[in-house]
Design a protein around this ligand. Sequence first.
Ligand SMILES: [Zn+2]
Length: 107
Amino acid sequence: MEEDWSPCPRCGSNKVQKVYKWAIVFALFCTAGCMFWIGLLFPPLLLGIPVAIILGFIMMFGKNLWQCQDCKKTWVAKSKPFTVGDLIKYLAIALVIMVLAYSCGSN
Ligand SMILES: [Zn+2]
């Protein structure tokens, strides 16, 4: 699954590391879940929920990110063809993440 690897576009270094977008997506959905419950006490926070969800979806459908270990540049990986299978997989993962975010917020 490393076929979209490429050297650093700024300094040409081979020391590049994949940035796991799923961790970012999960954090954004969890943030949205927590904001809902904090928002019950502090309503302005409710405005942040759609922002966090939209950012989560943008990240989810976005490409993988890479970061250079030498110059710390972050860039987007080369694109791969998008298939219906990918769409179904993403929707299933989105559903699981939303259920998890909701249940962790409700405790
Ligand atoms: Zn670099």
